[in-house]
Design a protein around this ligand. Structure first.
Ligand SMILES: [Zn+2]
Length: 142
């Protein structure tokens, strides 16, 4: 299974030939490129010359909600909580949660590892979650 890629481990520019390739012995297109004023590490891709910060390069790039919060919401969904309940408890719109869920399903392999390791979600719960996304006509989780 693919590891959950951390920021700075791959180029997040979809137009780049090295987009999404994890850095290792052979693949070293990223270099550290100073820090932002807030002290966030910045990287530059030597292939496409684009720069980005640690927060860029996660699958949830561009979301205003912190990644941990999104992952926790996904974990709670996997554990069988309803979207309507989570919307009320966590204060996110149901549409927003559904959108995270759909995006997460596209990155299921990357996310499974972190959801299982850090949020103690079980494999079967994740399978049910992705199945739910595929049958998005249904209103509640199994
Ligand atoms: Zn690049």
């Amino acid at each position: 299974m693919e590891k959950f890629a951390k920021p700075g481990e791959f180029c997040p520019n979809e137009a780049c030939p090295d987009y999404g390739k994890l850095q290792n012995g052979q693949q070293q297109n990223l270099e550290k490129f100073g820090k932002t004023r807030k002290g966030v590490q910045r990287y530059r891709c030597q292939t496409c010359r684009k720069t980005f910060t640690e927060t860029f390069g996660t699958i949830f790039y561009g979301k205003r909600t912190p990644e941990h919060e999104i992952l926790e919401t996904l974990a709670l969904l996997a554990e069988g909580n309803r979207i309507s309940t989570l919307s009320r408890v966590k204060g996110h719109k149901e549409d927003t949660i559904l959108r995270w869920l759909r995006e997460a399903a596209h990155h299921a392999e990357q996310l499974e590892e972190v959801l299982m390791a850090e949020f103690r979600v079980k494999r079967g719960q994740l399978d049910a979650l992705w199945a739910y996304v595929r049958n998005k006509g249904e209103k509640k989780l199994p």
